[in-house]
Write a protein of this length. Structure first.
Length: 259
């Protein structure tokens, strides 16, 4: 097919998800349907919190594969982010049971997200879930989040990094075929594992940065481990190599840059 034969604009062929994030807008950073993004960070920096805030605030039909965190952890985290209450307070109120109706109402604001908490995720599971999702909704999810790529397996029996590379290539194909945006969370390697260095393409395990359209990273910007920077090692349609501070409140599992 000739590209010139289709008069549709890029924004129609690959519409950007409505992320509603001031940092994304400042950077002119777009997550487009049909593309694949990797978000990398060291453990505990906040990639899972970031992904949950993103999927809840985007407001589009989404699938979230949470292999790294169980349902209870995610429920408390999402409720804290939506109410801006401390995690300990939310957990205490949920345990009391007196606030059941209140938290049901709060969590209903995330009803556009379907969650899977299976720890054993693989490509077949993801394709099955996406296909099943399309039956009642008549369309594939606009956003699919995988937390974490390192939890995925294949039947190939290949070496770990080769396996991760194979998985990411398949995810990129799924994104193209379903017109979903797939966001995969990833661990870092070597000198980047302590979370203090800005994330680069070589920070990703297995040189995965060559595969997706976008690579984003999170790192602590100082030794207090309370301030976090978002880095953009690779992006389609905007300048790469940028670093911008984000508002991350660990006590509330909240990214303050979403609105």
């Amino acid at each position: 097919m000739s590209l010139l034969s289709n008069s549709q604009k890029t924004s129609v062929l690959a519409p950007a998800l409505p992320i509603r994030n001031t940092v994304f807008e400042k950077l002119r950073l777009y997550l487009r349907q049909g593309q694949f993004t990797i978000l990398g960070s060291a453990p505990s920096v906040g990639k899972s919190i970031f992904a949950r805030n993103l999927v809840v605030n985007a407001g589009v039909n989404s699938l979230f594969f949470s292999a790294d965190s169980d349902e209870y952890t995610v429920k408390v985290s999402v409720a804290a982010a939506l109410t801006k209450k401390p995690l300990a307070e939310v957990e205490g109120e949920m345990e009391e049971g007196r606030f059941d109706d209140y938290y049901q109402s709060v969590l209903s604001r995330a009803d556009h997200v379907q969650w899977s908490f299976r720890a054993d995720i693989n490509i077949d599971l993801i394709t099955d879930y996406i296909a099943a999702y399309s039956e009642p909704y008549g369309d594939y999810p606009k956003l699919v989040v995988i937390d974490n790529l390192g939890d995925m397996t294949t039947a190939s029996g290949t070496e770990k990094y080769a396996e991760l590379s194979e998985i990411c290539r398949e995810l990129r194909s799924i994104a193209r075929n379903t017109h979903s945006h797939i966001l995969g969370l990833a661990h870092l390697t070597g000198e980047y594992e302590d979370g203090t260095k800005p994330v680069t393409l070589k920070a990703l395990e297995g040189k995965l940065g060559k595969i997706p359209e976008n690579v984003l990273g999170l790192n602590w910007s100082d030794t207090s481990q309370q301030r976090v920077d978002l880095t953009v090692p690779k992006a389609r349609g905007t300048k790469r190599g940028m670093t911008v501070p984000i508002q991350l409140d660990y006590s509330r599992a909240l990214i303050g840059d979403f609105y």
